[in-house]
Design a protein around this ligand. Structure first.
Ligand code: PAF
Length: 261
């Protein structure tokens, strides 16, 4: 029987559910993991305040056809004295990797353990965390793990805001500003497809987000969709990546440069 794993940190939304549904179509047994992984949060990040509601999450998993919820205790994943870090180089040295040092080491370390504990044939990750998806793909390829990594499209609110557990942090005003992230990326995608110059569009994107009300921008970049290297000239395989702050909330999003419908 084909085993599918949907790794999550809980605080489930339609994006997670789309992964479960995709796994349901392709696998005979669905495991969803629920573990808020401390080592992928930086010292000043939101590990303590990260939304947790296991009862709600268990209900959502059950109603959507998950067969097993794997919600390990912290010492099952990180026993006393745990001293291993799984690192993927290069792909982690840009975008969120630069802004959140150690974050991807935390992700690849926990995902390795989840893979070992659940022994999936397929594992499902959302493209909302596109860099994470590419990093996990590289880890699986280079460690020769017999796992098919499946990336699923970003699920958006009606106004374009990418679904994220962190959207619950936004107050009313911030929630109104937040869709500008997607709108700005989309405008840049359209302009690039019409021949606009790449670098000036990234600058424009940065300024447009500040003008829309974002407090600070971590990055607004156009990169190769596979290597994540910053692009020099336009081609359809490129992706636009943005990370920006509304007060204490950091939102990220990305869009294929040719995804302009
Ligand atoms: O994307 C997430 O929710 C997390 O980074 C993951 C993959 C479950 C690892 O903790």
């Amino acid at each position: 029987m084909v085993i599918g794993l949907v790794p999550t940190m809980g605080a489930l939304h339609a994006g997670h559910i789309s992964l479960v549904h995709r796994a349901r179509k392709e696998c005979g047994l669905i495991i969803a993991s629920l573990f808020v992984n401390p080592i992928q949060f930086g010292a000043n990040e939101d590990f303590d305040s990260y939304p947790r509601d296991q009862e709600r999450d268990f209900g959502i998993f059950e109603r959507n056809g998950v067969d097993i919820v794997y919600a390990p205790a912290i010492d099952v994943i990180y026993p006393d004295g745990f001293g291993v870090t799984v690192t993927v180089s290069k792909l982690t040295e840009c975008l969120c990797g630069t802004k959140r040092p150690g974050h991807f080491d935390g992700v690849t370390t926990v995902v390795s353990k989840l893979f070992e504990h659940c022994q999936p044939d397929c594992a499902y990750f959302g493209e909302k965390d596109y860099q994470q998806l590419k990093v996990v793909e590289q880890m699986v390829n280079e460690l020769d793990l017999p796992i098919r990594v499946v990336g699923a499209p970003v699920i958006r609110e009606r106004d374009g805001l990418a679904m994220s557990s962190r959207n619950t942090y936004l107050n009313e005003t911030e929630r109104r500003i937040a869709p500008a992230l997607f709108r700005t990326m989309r405008t840049v995608a359209i302009r690039l497809s019409r021949g606009a110059e790449l670098e000036s569009q990234c600058e424009w994107g940065n300024d447009a987000l500040l003008a829309a009300g974002f407090d600070r921008i971590d990055y607004f970049e156009v990169c190769d969709g596979q290597t994540l290297e910053r692009a020099r000239g336009y081609r359809p395989s490129l992706r636009i990546f943005a990370a920006a702050w509304l007060r204490e909330t950091r939102l990220i999003d990305n869009l294929a440069a040719d995804e302009i419908d």
